[in-house]
Design a binder for this molecule. Structure first.
Ligand SMILES: [Zn+2]
Ligand SMILES: [Zn+2]
Length: 187
């Protein structure tokens, strides 16, 4: 006896025995996904639905944190703020979630892919940090699934890191405000 994936109406063509169909459904790319703010930040339910409807939710309900759909994605970093800083953006037809945090005066940033975990490795990101009179760019790094523990990424340094010891025109250290630009590419 073969069973269709319950998301066949969404376009999934997976068919197998009951057992394999069940385990497939838990990871089916056509399944419903939770709002990244609830997954990454609050841990409280916010919204769940098809990926195709997620950007509408993000741009309506999280307007201030959803970067405008443009070619360049930039936001301001206040180096004095020690908590998490996050933004969501829509690039290359996909949704991404940026998380930054100051740790020991260094700036740590990671970019998460919002959608099925196996697609995260298809994209890469780099971050350009601009401060008065200087600018630093990281290498390209693979985006991570948005189900990962971002604190673990930061702890393992599996992310973009800007060290405060790098000299700027005003000496060492991060003070005041900086501007982060996120670039998303295909791997
Ligand atoms: Zn499926
Ligand atoms: Zn939400």
């Amino acid at each position: 006896m073969e069973y269709r994936c319950q998301y066949y109406t969404e376009g999934c063509e997976f068919v197998s025995t009951s057992q394999f169909t069940k385990s497939h459904e838990a990871h089916c790319p056509y399944r419903q996904f939770d709002c990244p703010f609830s997954v990454v930040v609050t841990k409280n339910f916010c919204w769940r639905g098809k990926l195709s409807g997620m950007w509408d939710h993000l741009s309506c309900k999280h307007t201030a944190l959803a970067l405008p759909k443009e070619t360049y994605f930039t936001f301001t970093v206040d180096f004095a703020v020690s908590g998490l800083l996050y933004r969501t953006l829509h690039a290359r037809g996909e949704i991404f979630f940026v998380v930054c945090r100051m740790i020991n005066q260094d700036l740590y940033c990671c970019v998460l892919y919002v959608g099925p975990e196996e697609k995260a490795s298809e994209y890469k990101y780099r971050i350009i940090l601009t401060r008065p009179s200087c600018s630093h760019m990281t290498l390209y790094l693979p985006t991570q699934p948005y189900f990962v523990d971002t604190e673990a990424l930061f702890r393992n340094m599996d992310c973009a890191i800007f060290l405060h010891g790098v000299r700027s025109g005003h000496g060492y250290g991060f003070t005041g405000l900086g501007s982060c630009e996120v670039q998303i590419g295909y791997r």
